[in-house]
Design a protein around this ligand. Structure first.
Ligand code: FES
Length: 149
């Protein structure tokens, strides 16, 4: 009786291993690609990963000037990691309430939002769920069509 149970356990183990090692989907998980337009660099990242962390890991400079030292390190308060999602907005998480409030209340981010209401994001608050294109350190469009009227 004991020998029979052991036999079944061995069979289950073999069946389990063959199912999970032979499945190509499980061996190669989906890796969204993120293209940094200005840097002309494309990286593959794990699904659900944080844009700021992955960019810094890949050596992409998110922060302009002195903000590379003086930033909030991902707390979502300094707004210096802002990026524009050029393509693939459907593949990133939606803006959270705090991010929306910070974008609206900040004097620079308030103006930077014009024309980019849905695409201006904080890299530190952006989760990547699929392919996307990112513009780092976006300039403020002072002379843009939608800024003055
Ligand atoms: S690092 Fe400060 S808002 Fe993203």
């Amino acid at each position: 009786m004991i020998q029979t149970s052991r036999h079944y356990l061995e069979m289950d183990k073999t069946l389990f291993e063959s199912r999970f090692t032979a499945n190509p989907c499980l061996e190669s998980p989906i890796m969204p690609s993120v293209k940094f337009v200005n840097e002309k660099k494309t990286i593959e990242v794990p699904q659900g990963s944080n844009l700021r962390k992955e960019a810094l890991k890949a050596g992409v400079e998110l922060y302009p000037g002195i903000h590379s030292i003086l930033n909030c390190h991902g707390l979502g308060t300094c707004a210096s990691c802002r990026v524009i999602v050029k393509e693939g907005t459907e593949n990133i998480n939606k803006q959270g309430l705090l991010e929306k409030i910070r974008l609206f209340l900040g004097p620079i981010t308030f103006f930077a939002r014009f024309g980019n209401e849905d695409t201006l994001r904080f890299a530190c608050k952006t989760k990547i769920n699929g392919d996307c294109e990112i513009i780092t350190k976006p300039s403020i469009n002072w002379h843009g069509d939608r800024f003055w009227g």
